[in-house]
Design a protein around this ligand. Structure first.
Ligand code: SF4
Length: 322
């Protein structure tokens, strides 16, 4: 791998694989000033509907701890507005630019369409629209609409691992990114790199341990993936755990499923799923407080006199994208 890029954009969810990506770049000797973390807020700017309250600030504190720039971006109205589309266009995209200046694009053209249902559990991004509309498209729009990437060599890194699914094991490790225009007038060179596609989960935890990083509180409670709190891929125990933490949020999501008359899962509705799951035993009131607070108040890097602990959710059941 030729590390001669001007910019290294890491698609940073705040989960273990995206943390491993950042640490891997640092281990390779990439100058932190060339790295940018990009986090896409699933629920938009201020609301909490599907996601964890602490994730935004956890990502900010992680970036601060390693002296790396972070930029946030989101679709206006987030998950809920996209879900509630009724003969409407998809909402505009907002993204931060250097100096924390906000830019808004899109939302004017495009087809009128109706969703009025949750994304479906599928490998097909047309029906599992949350990944495409709230992450992939937001990232591309933010690259395409910033002149600062013109004439530069940029690489976008993402943390998909083949161990998670057959589909992911077939992703290219290296390819041209969809926002690339290297041969055009703009001379915008953008590659996509998935350096940890073939990593085992143990390698991910090894590098996190080496840098003594405190991961997102969901892992210490028992989640094996740090996705949305109520991720559509969650199993019964995961939904029961999320509901135990956030019953008001859970009731709102259940209410929408009943309103739509279309379930999120193929074989069951959320109320039944939650009732047959067992909340993770490692949920403590302190971890619940950390995860459901807008401010993340723990140190990202463990002190020298603290023992780094493998989280309860490590090597657990992986309920993730297929
Ligand atoms: S974490 Fe789950 S619910 Fe959230 S955007 Fe990704 S697939 Fe959709």
């Amino acid at each position: 791998m030729n590390l001669n890029y001007d910019k290294y954009i890491v698609a940073f969810s705040g989960g273990k694989d995206s943390i491993a990506l950042v640490l891997y770049l640092l281990q390779l000797g990439v100058d932190p000033s060339r790295i940018e973390l990009w986090h896409h807020d699933i629920d938009g700017k201020d609301e909490t509907f599907m996601d964890w309250e602490c994730t935004h600030d956890y990502c900010q504190k992680f970036a601060d701890a390693f002296g790396i720039q972070i930029y946030f971006s989101w679709k206006e109205g987030g998950f809920k507005r996209e879900m509630l589309r009724e003969n409407q266009r998809t909402a505009p995209t907002w993204f931060e630019t250097p100096g924390k200046i906000l830019k808004k694009v899109g939302g004017i053209l495009g087809d009128l369409a109706t969703r009025f249902k949750f994304p479906q559990v599928s490998a097909d991004l047309k029906v599992r629209w949350c990944s495409a509309y709230l992450k992939i498209d937001v990232c591309s729009a933010a690259i395409r609409n910033q002149e600062r990437f013109q004439g530069l060599r940029t690489v976008v890194l993402s943390g998909e691992r083949g161990e998670e699914s057959t589909a992911r094991s077939k992703y290219q490790i290296f390819e041209v990114d969809r926002s690339d225009r290297r041969n055009g007038r703009l001379k915008r060179h953008v590659d996509r790199w998935r350096p940890i596609r073939d990593w085992k989960e143990s390698e991910v935890w090894d590098i996190i341990k080496k840098y003594r990083v405190r991961v997102h509180p969901c892992y210490y409670m028992g989640w094996s993936r740090c996705s949305c709190k109520f991720c559509i891929f969650g199993n019964a125990d995961q939904f029961a755990s999320a509901y135990k933490l956030s019953p008001v949020q859970g009731d709102e999501i259940i209410g929408y499923e009943e309103l739509f008359g279309v379930t999120m899962k193929r074989n069951t509705d959320l109320r039944s799923l939650i009732s047959c799951g067992n909340p993770y035993p490692n949920i403590t009131s302190e971890l619940a407080r950390q995860a459901t607070s807008k401010i993340y108040d723990q140190q990202i890097i463990f002190n020298e006199n603290e023992e780094w602990l493998l989280p309860a959710g490590a090597f657990g059941e992986s309920c993730g994208p297929i």
